[in-house]
Design a protein around this ligand. Structure first.
Ligand code: ATP
Ligand code: MG
Length: 400
């Protein structure tokens, strides 16, 4: 059998390691996704070669975490994470919690991994190594920890968020003991950095089955430890009732959350999730547009101000909130946007300097004011998009 296309390039890395006398295997999400027939994301390799040996063997490496055993190896324009077999970091040595112990056993390396479906390895000749019966879990569509779930969530509480994230991405269920352990240990999430929680939460939102994930967040009470959701049980229940599969990207999701959770201080809420500033700005703007449209409906000025992405987001969310099919609404707003005479201020064929020359006046706030008036008139088709037409209009314009 010929190896799946995604694994052919990195296979060379495994072969090279073997030629140097080391063991190496594909591990983690890529093997899981191969067995599930899903599209393959990043490919991780586990080996008994030490980081310094990996660096010596390959020409192009980046040391992203040699201390933890991970080296990125560049090969044929792709990057692969090559990680030395190791034990679970936290409980290995309490005096040096930041260091890990490297080991020589694949089986032990697989044991420190979070879920049985993520603890499957594949060799260079496509043999599956599955000591924790991950394939049974895949067959039964179950997410279960490797070993006792309470111990495993106690070691690293982020795994609870990862479990819920996989429920959404794979439409799997939580194995019963795993689910009970999350209910019991949800408070441990307090120890985890928000950035890491946000990564998993956003993957949850964008998965195929966010409805089940939200039901679990409610059922296990894990929402009590998520920023701004602590006291929003009823609102979260409401979210599970919408047709969430219409939502396309993180911005639309956050906008929906802001509205359904009735968040007053938008910026504060998004900052608590430690989202990048650029993303916060985009969502804040979209949320402002949503309010404007809610209060006064669309007009050309709001549409111009919104930009096409926000306009689509607002329409889609409006539809979702009203249990409507968004396609038509989105298509209509796209047409309305196309019909705007200009999409940005740069398209106005006159600028501030032209105005100063025209009126023979000193620069001042009046310039921006006139430009804004010109823009409004153009958007509303009240002046043609033409220098002469604008000059003519300026003649008739009374300057205070
Ligand atoms: P994705 O498809 O999103 O990449 P993944 O399962 O590959 O999913 P990664 O975050 O890329 O997830 O992690 C790679 C592998 O490392 C996992 O499959 C799992 O074996 C292991 N792993 C990741 N995070 C943890 C964790 N917190 N605890 C234990 N093992 C983990
Ligand atoms: Mg991965």
């Amino acid at each position: 059998m010929i190896m799946h296309k995604s694994f052919q390039k990195p296979l060379k890395i495994i072969k090279t390691l073997q030629e140097h006398g080391f063991e190496a295997y594909f591990v983690g999400g890529s093997v899981r996704d191969l067995l599930l027939n899903r599209s393959i994301g990043d490919i991780d390799i586990a080996t008994n070669a030490l980081p310094k040996e990996i660096i010596k063997i390959f020409n192009r490496t980046i040391d992203v975490g040699a201390k933890h055993g991970t080296i990125i190896v560049h090969h044929e324009n792709e990057a692969y994470e090559v990680t030395t077999f190791r034990l679970e970091s936290q409980y290995v040595d309490f005096r040096r919690p930041d260091e890990v112990t490297f080991i020589n056993s694949l089986q032990e390396d697989l044991k420190r991994r979070d879920f049985t479906m993520n603890a499957i390895a594949m060799s260079s000749d496509e043999k599956i190594i599955d000591p924790y019966r991950g394939q049974d879990a895949l067959k039964n569509k179950l997410i279960e920890t490797v070993g006792n779930p309470k111990d495993r969530f106690g070691e690293d509480a982020l795994r609870m968020m990862r479990a819920i994230r996989f429920v959404s991405q794979l439409s799997f269920s939580l194995e019963e003991q795993t689910r009970l352990a999350i209910s019991q240990y949800s408070h441990l999430l307090k120890e985890i950095s928000i950035e890491r929680i946000t990564v998993e939460f956003e993957k949850t939102l964008l998965g195929n089955n966010p409805k089940s994930a939200f039901e679990l967040m409610i059922d296990t009470k894990i929402f009590h430890y998520l920023p701004g959701l602590e006291d929003k049980e009823n609102e979260l229940k409401q979210i599970t009732k919408y047709n969430l599969h219409h939502l396309r990207n993180r911005e639309e999701w956050w906008l929906l959350l802001l509205i359904v959770l009735k968040i007053d201080d938008v910026k504060d809420f998004l900052k608590r999730w430690k989202l990048p500033n650029k993303v916060i700005k985009t969502i804040e703007k979209a949320s402002g547009i949503f309010l404007l449209v809610k209060n006064q409906g669309w007009n050309k000025k709001i549409l111009f101000q919104a930009g096409i992405e926000n306009a689509i987001a607002v329409e889609r969310i409006w539809a979702v909130l009203h249990n409507e099919e968004p396609t038509k609404k989105v298509a209509n707003i796209e047409i309305a946007y196309q019909e705007l005479p200009i999409k940005t201020r740069n398209e106005i064929p006159i600028n501030g300097n032209d105005l100063i020359e025209f009126f023979q006046k000193k620069p001042g706030p009046w310039v921006a004011d006139i430009l804004q008036r010109i823009e409004n008139h153009i958007i509303n088709n009240e002046i043609d998009l033409d220098r002469d037409a604008i000059r003519e209009w300026l003649q008739s314009c009374n300057l205070k």
